[in-house]
Write a protein that binds this ligand. Structure first.
Ligand code: AMP
Length: 130
């Protein structure tokens, strides 16, 4: 069965899209640690990150780099934190999180955003994506 993220790539499930190319897709996390928390995925469904081929892993990291650069410009923060977990959704995803404190990386303190806030921050990040 297709993962929830595969359904996001196909458009079957909506998302706040940031950017995509032929192989990778970036969108806002729906339950963010902080405003701008973004997920970057390979479109090809794979459960664990180190089961990707070296080439696909490198491509995912390169795409994540570009998204992180856009995030830095779009969201005021101390730095961009990066994490890979995957215990909830078995489709490889890189968490890119604008952080100010260690607590922002702990997946406990969550930020509630309105629809308008999700749309506005997604637009700002997408506009800065190169
Ligand atoms: P994990 O698999 O533990 O790395 O976490 C999965 C992440 O995916 C969590 O941060 C969720 O908030 C996020 N998530 C789950 N469903 C969606 C969705 N439909 N759209 C955006 N983010 C999602």
């Amino acid at each position: 069965m297709a993962s929830i993220f595969t359904k996001i790539v196909s458009g079957e499930i909506p998302s706040y899209k940031i950017a995509e190319d032929d192989n990778y897709f970036a969108f806002l996390d729906i339950n963010p640690n902080a405003k701008g928390h973004t997920l970057v995925i390979p479109k090809r469904e794979e459960n664990k990150i180190f089961d990707l081929s070296k080439e696909e892993y490198d491509g995912l990291m390169s795409f994540s780099y570009r998204v992180a650069k856009a995030l830095e410009k779009a969201v005021p923060c101390e730095r961009i934190g990066m994490s890979v977990i995957g215990l909830e959704v078995p489709h490889v995803h890189v968490h890119l999180i604008p952080i100010n404190t260690m607590a922002d990386m702990q997946f406990m303190k969550k930020e509630k955003l309105t629809e308008e806030e999700f749309l506005a921050v997604a637009k700002r990040i997408a506009e800065n994506f190169e």
